[in-house]
Design a protein around this ligand. Structure first.
Ligand SMILES: [Zn+2]
Length: 156
């Protein structure tokens, strides 16, 4: 089964930018109830979507104090447990981050390692790509960051 995920967060000065569980040096960071890790959020939605289990809003409500400033990698581990409890396992994950700055290429492998470790996958099965928005739209104006993810999950 295949699942798809998409997420956006607003960017602002004085906030931290965390992507794929890696803290990045950046003039702007994400505004969010959790750590605002847009990539991990999209991946979790893809994983849940593959098994028609709703989305992260359902499993980690914004209103819950428990998830304030939450580390998205630990939320991802929780999602992995949900998948395992359904008698399923992850085959692979592919994703794309859309962000104008900073350049992400040097950090991609660190993000892949963090995510692979969190869900017990070989790093080869976790793909992360990055692109800019060519200065167009909200990403181009550096008002936000977006991420898309797709995941294959197999029932045992
Ligand atoms: Zn999010």
């Amino acid at each position: 089964m295949v699942g798809f995920g998409y997420d956006v967060h607003r960017l602002a000065a004085g906030e931290t930018l965390v992507l794929g569980g890696v803290v990045l040096e950046s003039r702007l960071g994400t505004v969010a109830h959790s750590d605002g890790d847009v990539l991990v959020h999209a991946i979790m939605d893809a994983l849940l979507g593959a098994l028609s289990l709703g989305d992260i809003g359902l499993h980690f409500p914004d209103t819950k104090e428990e998830w304030r400033g939450a580390d998205s990698i630990s939320m991802l581990k929780r999602v992995h447990h949900i998948i395992q409890n359904e008698g399923a396992h992850i085959v692979n994950i592919d994703s794309t981050i859309v962000l104008e700055a900073p350049r992400l290429r040097p950090h991609i492998d660190a993000m892949r390692a963090r995510i692979a470790e969190a869900v017990g996958l070989d790093i080869k099965r976790v793909s992360i790509k990055a692109t800019t928005s060519e200065r167009l739209g909200f990403v181009g104006r550096e008002e936000g960051v977006a991420a898309y993810a797709i995941a294959q999950v197999e029932l045992e």
